[in-house]
Design a binder for this molecule. Structure first.
Ligand SMILES: C[S@@+](CC[C@H](N)C(=O)[O-])C[C@H]1O[C@@H](n2cnc3c(N)ncnc32)[C@H](O)[C@@H]1O
Length: 219
């Protein structure tokens, strides 16, 4: 199911920031390997958030080969910590960062992001959650004590991706229960419920890319 009417998606795509030469190669690599990257429309928002928070340190849960990280770097983030299960993806990412002359601004940590986050104290100015959907809520809880004042947490795939948007819509709009077996869709619903109910965050959903939540730490 498309997240947006076709003309809206086309308009956003036509007006999104241009890729750099290395990002263009990253996007081609993603297309060739059918790898899900956040894309330039949502990427432009990541760049903006890094810029607006004057980000020193960004943490990502699930980085692939660093495409989303490249947008944080373009927004002026001093350093991005990337986490990735797959060593080959991380090595490809490190290679892209060397090509871009940005290797010293990115750390690729191979392993489970939920463990890696424990090894860092923060403070993080921006966090991107883009790993296993059923672990989004746990990721937020794990990283919350490490957020800088005014930090922003972004979560991807809240409208599109390995989830059932029809079920999610019925849940939020009509109060229909979610199917018990679909842990990915349930994980997104749990996460959106969590950030919307939390007094520690102000959250909006932005229909860019696969749909992102943007949650600002308040207080
Ligand atoms: C959707 S992709 C990330 C895309 C990336 N954020 C981008 O837009 O360029 C998700 C990645 O997270 C990795 N992943 C999933 N669960 C993870 C975990 N618990 N720890 C580390 N990596 C994980 C997967 O191997 C996959 O490469």
């Amino acid at each position: 199911m498309d997240a947006l009417p076709d003309h809206t998606e086309r308009f956003l795509a036509a007006t999104s920031p241009e890729h750099t030469a290395v990002q263009e190669r990253m996007a081609a690599h993603a297309a060739a390997h059918d790898f899900p990257i956040i894309g330039p429309v949502a990427g432009g928002v990541l760049r903006l958030l890094a810029r607006l928070t004057d980000a020193e340190r960004v943490f990502e849960f699930g980085s692939g080969f660093g495409y989303s990280a490249s947008w944080f770097l373009r927004g002026g983030a001093d350093h991005v910590i990337c986490t990735e299960f797959d060593a080959e993806e991380a090595e490809t990412g490190a290679e892209f960062m060397r090509e871009a002359g940005e290797a010293d601004r990115v750390t690729f940590e191979v392993g489970d992001a939920m463990e890696t986050v424990g090894a860092y104290d923060g403070p993080f100015d921006v966090v991107l959650i883009d790993h296993q959907k059923h672990r989004y809520a746990d990721a937020l809880e794990a990283v919350k004590p490490k957020l800088a004042p005014g930090a922003v947490v972004v979560a991807d795939n809240v409208m599109h991706g390995p989830i059932d948007m029809s079920d999610l819509l019925a849940y939020f709009d009509e109060g229909v229960d979610l199917p018990p077996g679909d842990s990915e869709t349930r994980g997104i619903a749990e996460y959106v419920d969590l950030v919307r109910a939390s007094e520690d965050f102000e959250t909006s959903v932005l229909p860019v890319g696969s749909g992102i939540t943007v949650s600002a730490l308040v207080g």
